[in-house]
Design a binder for this molecule. Structure first.
Ligand code: PLP
Length: 391
């Protein structure tokens, strides 16, 4: 079997591991030597229904045999069907959808739309949020962003961060802020959950002057946190939702939902956006299939069940190991914060054939297994991890 040549891949900013992955099945990858690896990162949050999902594969084949690409000026029934389902699960009545190609693009599209619909100069977000590889929200230019550090404030519950009752919260210049961009629970992959009290206060401040609340559901969407979307753990309906990763189960499709109110405001604005793969029927067909599978297989309930199981087992491990500092999670988005040695443990796990996520400059190992993961797979991982953190 031919091996890939790592030397010709320009992987700037990240290290490449394993150069001979040739097969997959749910949460397992296979290399050309027949070695079985456990993937608990789901290809960076993407394969929420597992690798090589047979229903997704059949949907792709059926769609390829009819039409894959039309060009953005031409619509097709797949788009309509998928958009109806997305609006339904997001709870945004009479909203509008735009199908795009990546999470970063969905955020950029949403931000451009939001900026076009408000006259105020600043957008607000949290200092530990991540919005993709490029664009307005990725750059967070100080001239048009107010960045709030919700973990470092003087509210009286420092463990859970700000609840909107401190001087640093009161110093947020809401009179200049027209947009709140919220990443509900990922925190750049560190898995932290801002309090409901804080989000409610920000929401009220933004809405007082008809501002826009946009959520980044690229990682927290599609059942990952045991609800369809991360914002559904809070008490508000957003104006704009950016969705990516899991919605394509590994195929590069993303989308943005905008409320009717925002869509109406945009009619009056100069907002325009076109790219070659906008509203492609193939991506839309996959989106429809992903949503149908999550419904049909009861995967939100299963995510809740398996997530609770995994968190419970990890909390047990924490009581036994002096190395485990904290376990945080919602559904199947789980962080294990160690006191030290996270990089070493990550590398040993890789050597033993277990893929988890590890962010540079942190002591956090992250687990984002597919919603279809078997408990027996989680048990294999728990056994391997136990040996490493009890040593
Ligand atoms: C929270 C979050 N938002 C947006 C993105 C960007 O998505 P993509 O890599 O598909 O462009 C990522 C990517 O990891 C992410 O973690």
């Amino acid at each position: 079997m031919r091996q890939a040549t790592k030397n010709i891949i320009w992987s700037n900013g990240h290290q490449l591991h394993f150069n001979n992955i040739v097969g997959s099945d749910n949460c397992f990858l296979y290399d050309s030597e027949g070695r079985k690896l456990i993937d608990l990162e789901s290809g960076v949050w993407c394969t929420c229904l597992g690798h090589n999902n047979k229903r997704i594969n059949s949907a792709i084949v059926a769609q390829i045999n009819s039409i894959t690409h039309t060009g953005f000026c031409y619509c097709n029934p797949q788009i309509d069907e998928a958009a109806k389902l997305v609006l339904d699960i997001s709870g945004i009545e009479n909203g509008k959808c735009e199908f795009l190609s990546s999470g970063s693009e969905a955020i950029e599209f949403g931000m451009r739309a939001a900026r076009s619909a408000t006259a105020k100069p600043l957008a607000l977000t949290f200092s530990d949020s991540y919005f993709g590889a490029y664009g307005d929200a990725a750059m967070k230019d100080k001239s048009n962003w107010h960045i709030y550090n919700w973990l470092d404030c003087s509210c009286e519950n420092p463990e859970n961060g700000c609840i909107g009752e401190c001087d640093s919260f009161r110093s947020i210049p809401f009179e200049k802020i027209g947009i709140f961009l919220f990443e509900p629970g990922s925190s750049s992959g560190l898995v932290r959950f801002p309090s409901k009290a804080l989000i409610a206060k920000i929401y009220d401040n933004i809405k007082q002057d008809n501002g826009i609340v946009m959520v980044n559901e690229v990682t927290t969407g599609m059942g990952r946190t045991e609800k369809w979307f991360g914002f559904q753990h809070y008490n508000f309906i957003p104006d704009i939702v950016a969705i990516g990763k899991g919605i394509g189960n590994g195929y590069p499709v993303s989308l943005v939902v905008v409320s009717q109110n925002v869509a109406d405001r945009l009619k009056e604005s100069a907002f325009k956006y076109s790219q070659s793969h906008q509203n492609d029927p193939l991506g839309a067909r996959i989106v429809k299939e992903v949503i149908d599978i999550i419904h049909d297989d009861g995967l939100l309930e299963k995510c809740c069940d398996k997530g609770s199981y995994l968190i419970e087992k990890l909390l047990e491990l924490k009581t036994e190991s002096s190395l485990v500092k904290e376990v945080r999670g919602r559904g199947l988005m789980i962080a294990i914060e160690l006191k030290k040695n996270a990089q070493v443990i990550y590398e040993v796990l890789l050597k033993q054939g277990v893929i988890v996520a590890k962010r540079p400059n942190s002591e956090v190992l992250r687990l984002d297994p597919a919603l279809t993961v078997e408990k027996s797979t989680l048990d294999i991982f728990l056994k391997i991890l136990k040996n490493l953190v009890l040593e």
